[in-house]
Every structure is written in structure tokens, then in C-alpha cells.
Ligand binder design. Sequence first.
Ligand SMILES: Cc1cc2nc3c(=O)[nH]c(=O)nc-3n(C[C@H](O)[C@H](O)[C@H](O)COP(=O)(O)OP(=O)(O)OC[C@H]3O[C@@H](n4cnc5c(N)ncnc54)[C@H](O)[C@@H]3O)c2cc1C
Length: 401
Amino acid sequence: MARLAQTHGLTEVQQEIVSTVREFVDKEIIPVATELEHRDEYPQEIVDGLKELGLFGLMIPEEYGGLGESLLTYALCVEEIARGWMSVSGIINTHFIVAYMLKQHGTQEQKDAFLPRMAAGEVRGAFSMSEPGLGSDVSAITSKAVRDGDEYVLNGQKMWLTNGGTSTLVAVLVRSDEGHPEGTAPHRSMTTFLVEKEPGFGEVRPGLTIPGKIDKMGYKGVDTTELIMDGLRVPANRVLGGVSGRGFYQMMDGVEVGRVNVAARGCGVAQRAFELGVQYAQQRHTFGKPIAQHQAIQFKLAEMATKVEAAHAMMVNAARKKDSGERNDLEAGMAKYLASEYCKEVVEDAFRIHGGYGFSKEYEIERLYREAPMLLIGEGTAEIQKMIIGRRLLEEYRFQG
Ligand SMILES: Cc1cc2nc3c(=O)[nH]c(=O)nc-3n(C[C@H](O)[C@H](O)[C@H](O)COP(=O)(O)OP(=O)(O)OC[C@H]3O[C@@H](n4cnc5c(N)ncnc54)[C@H](O)[C@@H]3O)c2cc1C
């Protein structure tokens, strides 16, 4: 085996796309990522390059101007991009989830209105479920929409929008009790709204404010924001799918493919950490030999590489299951859980291999060390993944006695 994380059975087109992205990452992302990250600078040139490569439309059907590729192709590209810089994969991810939700659940008019411009990267997507008081417990959403003629009036505060400032189309999940009798389960009275807005900060549309960037420990460059709706008026034809009350299921569908994407990011970051660790271990000498020749360090490298392989295999399996049209919540949950935990462990081992230099901002591993924890949280924490996995296992292995 020449390299870790090879994927067998890819078509020629898939191989070509993934190797083009890898080349782009090696040439255009890795050399500048750490510097941009330290400045918390938006990687505009990189984003323009990704647009040219067609990555914003990778999974959007060809009839809407996209490349019509599979979830597997998308996940393998994300893995490559995250290997270069995780924040760049974050820029694409919310866009991809919104495009996926439109493709799966949008009305024909909504698909025609947004997908071609999304494929070109002209319209850029963000998705918003979390609020200041909730993240895991989506059913507790308090933001509310009230119908007023041909419009809805939205009020409430949202939190943690990746690409909140740079996006121009936000899929927002709110409570909308209209038409649902009292006592309806919370997840049946939620609606996804497609909210168009100007990019930037401040009042980006009457009734809609994006206050500014949240200052984060890592995952810099990409903007993460709050979103405040204060009498925001949205036309009824911007309810995703045209019917209220389906938002919870639409968002969960989006999050499920998002989980494969987060797993892919974990794989990419772990691969990069392994590369940095294995290179450094052959350069640094202690006690008269390269530290790679000490068995304790070799064991670390062996464990790291095994984790990289295992996470990649589970991520590919989850993507292929979805592509085959089957339910993949169990596989996606397992892949997300394993890849994010392994990523954190591999990054920590690479950090330890670097000794004191790992603590210096001059070394790339310092950045990875601050980035990996985000994967433990985004698209559902480890505890939430384990709840999903546990429930599904009890369904599959129901005691018949
Ligand atoms: C950088 C970043 C970007 C983000 N981007 C987005 C975005 O674009 N859109 C969006 O909507 N959200 C986004 N989020 C929010 C993210 O999805 C939430 O932070 C995440 O779901 C966890 O929710 P929480 O932070 O409210 O934690 P909580 O739900 O308050 O959980 C706190 C702790 O309790 C645990 N816990 C919660 N419930 C249970 C339970 N039943 N059993 C056991 N343990 C439990 C959790 O695992 C966690 O350890 C982002 C977050 C970050 C940090």
C-alpha cells in the first residue's frame, strides 16, 4: 500500500475529480492555510479557485448546471480539502447541505430559482437550527413564524451560523404553529424558511441582523455568526417544499449527509496530522537516532495510521450506503463519531511527537490541535451520535424472546 486512505472501486471521473482537488489543495491551500488562519482571514482566492473547479455545484444535478456527482465523490473532495485546511471545507459544507435540501425537498420553482445560481457559487448557502439556548435539542426551538396573508413574520435569535456573514441564502428552522392543533409534537410544527439576504454584517435585510463574527479558538477564516430576526417578513413561497410543518424532517435529512461530511473532515485532518508526525519523527534526533527509531514513537505512528485507515473506511461505507438509496443514519452516525474521536487522538499524538515545537505557532500541528475539537461538536456531539447509534441497534437487534 503506497498511501493511507485509498478508495477502491472509483470511476475514472471520480478519480480525476479527487486528484484535481488534491493537487489544488497541495498547491493553493496548504502553503497559505496557517498564515491565513492566524490572521483569521477569509480565504477569498481559495474560494474563487473552488468555484472555478465547480465544487460549489458538485452534487447539484447537471440539469441545474452542477456536476451531478455522488455523496461519495463529495465526501472524498471534502477529505482532501480538510487535509489542507478544515475551514475551507466548512465554507462548502453549509452550501452543500442547503443545496441538498433544496434538491430533495424544494418545490420546482425553488429549485429553478436557486440551484443554478448555487451551482455557480453565486448564491451561497448557510443553515440555521441552533439557538443560544439549544443545539442538541432541536425540538426546543423557540424562534417563531406567524402567518400574515401571503407572508410569514419571523422573530427569534439563532446562534452558530457557519457562513452566516458570507452566505446569501439561509435555511432557517423555526416553530410555526399555524394549522397544527395544540399538542402537536414539536417536530411536526417546525418549518424551514429559505431566507435570502445580502452578504455582510449588520442589518442585511429589513428585520434581519447578522451582528458580527464569533471569535473562535480555531476553525478561523470561515465566519460563524448569530442571526437575529425581528419582524422579518418572508413570502409564503419561501417555505421549503411549499408546505409548513415539515422543517424538522427536512433539516434532519440535511444533517444526515452533513454527518458524512464531518466524518470526511475528520479523516482529512487526521491524515494531515499523520503526515506531519511521520515527517517530523524522521527529522528529529534524540539519544543518537531519529525519534522514529524509538519503538514508542513507532507505536504511536502505527496507531495513528490504523485510525486514519479505519475512519476512512467507515466514512466511505456511510457515503456509499446513502448513494445506493438506502437509509444510512446508523453508518453516518458511526462514521461521524469514530472519525471525529480518532481525529482528535491522531492530532494529539502528532502534537506529542513534535515535542515543544508542537506548541509553537510556527508549526502546522498547532493549528490542527485547535481545529480538531470542533468536529466533536458540529452536526451532533459524540453523545448525540451514540444515542442515534444505540436506538438503531435496538431496532435492528430487537429481542424476540
Ligand atoms: C464552530 C461551530 C459551528 C457551528 N455551525 C452551526 C451551523 O452552521 N448551524 C447550526 O444550526 N448550528 C451550528 N453549530 C452548533 C452545533 O450544532 C451545536 O453546538 C451542537 O449541536 C451542540 O449543541 P450545544 O452547543 O447547544 O450543546 P448542548 O446541546 O447544550 O450540549 C452540551 C453537552 O451536553 C451533552 N448532551 C446534550 N444532550 C444530551 C443527552 N440527551 N444525553 C447526553 N448528553 C447530552 C452534549 O453532548 C454536550 O456534551 C456550530 C457550532 C460550532 C461550535
